[in-house]
Design a protein around this ligand. Structure first.
Ligand SMILES: [Zn+2]
Length: 169
């Protein structure tokens, strides 16, 4: 589990990216361990197949398989809220240490910057993350954390300059 945040290219028969059968969004591979960890109740006789994660916010499907016969899992089948699909708070960003988008925004509001990515990176460096079994994407959240902070910072800057911010305050 200590290498769950490292990027390791997988060589297998299944394509690296597949279109979601429901909305056609390009979806990346997710390990079976992630699917098994995050789906609340697994059906009996799950086939051994490659699963994919659809991150589209307008699609109810979270996991689908390259095998069209394999069961699909919708976002409400998961034990956590799927941050990429949620549009209302709380929107989880980091699943290992429980940071939400609001936590990141609150810190920026209070201090003008975000230290969340740095704090998570320290935990990751010490091997204390568990993205593989906690994050629906199965991947490290650092990119999402950085993006959430950047979007907020640029929104705040526009606000300060008197321009209309792209999102609601
Ligand atoms: Zn989809």
């Amino acid at each position: 589990m200590s290498d769950c945040c490292s990027v390791n290219a997988k060589i297998g028969a299944a394509p690296a990216v597949m279109a979601c059968p429901v909305n056609g969004a390009r979806s990346k591979q997710v390990d079976m361990l992630t699917v098994k960890s995050l789906v609340r109740q697994l059906p009996l006789g799950m086939p051994d197949t490659q699963y994919y994660f659809c991150d589209a916010s307008d699609c109810e499907v979270a996991y689908f398989a390259s095998d069209p016969e394999a069961p699909r899992f919708r976002r409400e089948d998961l034990v956590v809220r799927v941050g990429a699909k949620e549009t209302t708070d709380p929107i989880p960003v980091c699943y290992c240490f429980g940071f939400t988008r609001q936590d990141i925004w609150d810190e920026i509001w209070r201090t003008g910057k975000s230290s969340v990515a740095e704090r998570i990176a320290a935990e990751v460096g010490a091997g204390r993350c568990a993205c593989e079994v906690k994050n629906p994407t199965g991947k490290c959240c650092l990119g999402d954390v950085t993006r959430a902070a950047k979007e907020r910072m640029s929104g705040a800057m526009r606000f300060i300059k008197g321009e209309r911010a792209s999102d609601e305050y």
